[in-house]
Design a protein around this ligand. Structure first.
Ligand code: SR1
Ligand code: MG
Length: 410
């Protein structure tokens, strides 16, 4: 009963914006318009003309996959556009160019990423691209450092925080979906039943788990550490042979850096568990590469972030008047800061894994496994990892990688 998208209307709206019409060239009646989105929330189109292409996103006043029965603010398009602008400024190699935003129709146009595919699909089909871990570690370091109090003067930071506080409806989705509704009976939950029924019951009855997750929710609600992407899963990342671009910033808000990093690691690890063979077996080459990528994301993030802090400490929290750039006075303090980000990262990684097994938005890595018993085996391994990440200390990223291996073999 879904209404087919009005492709002619999309073309007409684009034709009315000179900068877009020029980019495409030729007669708008002859542009090739296709719906290309497969995300949960928005409709996405590509438009090709003789001179070029653009990507167009339209935010209907509801959740795309659910339809009008699940209303959702279309103003999410505004926050996505603003986050694209802010993040693009700091990581131009990894964020597509925002070209246009029409607040009236909640329509945005973004650079068309030629030759790219969605990372989740690439990982379901094969190993991670070689440079993925470096590129995403670099993206995270740049976007998170430059939107934090380490880089921004306080007045600018407060203004940005105030601006993104308006994205409340989108944050509320995360607050509910990630930290709350999966831990009690809720009509949108949909785990692999009956295979995982006992696992879900056990998790919900575990007070230590519930407290650990509530602590993370409190952190998501109260921290304004940096401007987050807010939904950094592998469906929000496009890759080509050489490049990696991050899209879909509609959940952008200020929050703890570990929320973005943990989300990304969760989805790399979900793919690792989804490839679990039915019987106990060695890791495949693709799985080994995934774990290496997990390690690289964190180490590149931590190294670049430290370099940025050392060389461009332009923010107000550790004033340059007291801690001049290029000195080593803050060496131990930087390690402590990153330790805290790492603790957040492992926690949010765990929370994201759990919600993707039990909740509404289950990832294709798992759902494309047709055999329910086999799917449950993969998902159970992921839940095992999440539980240990929530409850036990993990000193560094190698501990996390070893915990993933143990959880798969259990
Ligand atoms: C209603 S939105 C469902 C999920 O899809 C998005 O990608 C977010 O992760 C959200 O939780
Ligand atoms: Mg999305």
């Amino acid at each position: 009963t879904e209404t087919p998208p009005d492709l002619a209307d999309i073309a007409a709206r684009v034709a009315a914006v000179p900068v877009l019409a020029e980019r495409l060239g030729g007669d708008p009646a002859r542009w090739e318009v296709r719906e290309i989105g497969d995300g949960n929330v928005n409709s996405v189109f590509s438009l090709h003309g003789p001179d070029g292409a653009v990507c167009v996103k339209q935010a209907p006043p509801f959740v795309r996959v659910a339809g009008p029965s699940w209303p959702l603010t279309p103003h999410r398009a505004h926050y996505e556009h603003r986050a694209l602008q802010e993040h693009r400024r700091h990581a131009p190699d990894h964020v597509p160019e925002p070209l246009h935003h029409d607040p009236g129709s909640h329509l945005q146009a973004i650079e068309y990423l030629d030759g790219h595919v969605v990372l989740r699909q690439a990982l379901i089909a094969g190993p991670p691209p070689d440079r993925l871990g470096h590129q995403l570690g670099d993206y995270l370091a740049r976007t998170l450092f430059h939107t934090s109090d380490l880089a921004l003067p306080a007045h600018r930071k407060r203004a940005l925080v105030a601006e993104f506080e308006g994205n409340t409806e989108m944050c509320a989705i995360m607050e509910q979906m990630v930290f709350t509704e999966i831990y009690h009976p809720f009509h949108r939950n949909r785990w692999t039943s009956p295979h995982l029924d006992a696992d879900v019951r056990r998790l919900r009855a575990d007070t230590a788990v519930l407290i650990a997750v509530a602590r993370l929710k409190d952190r998501y609600l109260t921290s304004r550490q940096a401007l987050l992407h807010g939904d950094l899963h592998t469906g929000s990342i496009m890759v080509s042979d050489h490049a990696t671009h991050v899209i879909d910033q509609e959940f952008a808000c200020f929050g703890p850096m570990g929320f973005d990093i943990g989300n990304l690691l969760a989805h790399l690890l979900i793919n690792y568990f989804a490839a679990t063979p039915p019987a106990r077996g060695d890791e495949t080459a693709a799985q080994t590469r995934l774990l290496e990528t997990v390690g690289t994301v964190w180490t590149v993030f931590a190294t670049r972030f430290t370099d940025l802090w050392r060389t461009t400490p332009t923010g107000d929290s550790y004033p340059a008047a007291l801690f001049p750039a290029g000195t080593d006075t803050l060496h131990a303090e930087r390690l402590r800061y990153l330790d805290e980000v790492f603790r957040d990262t492992t926690g949010f990684c765990a929370a994201e894994i759990v919600r993707r097994v039990i909740g509404f938005a289950r990832p294709a890595d798992f759902t494309t496994i047709e055999d329910a018993a086999r799917r449950a085996t993969c998902e159970r391994g992921a839940l095992r990892l999440a539980r240990t990440l929530l409850l036990d200390d993990h000193h560094d990223i190698h501990d996390v990688i070893e915990a993933a291996r143990r959880s798969r073999h259990h």
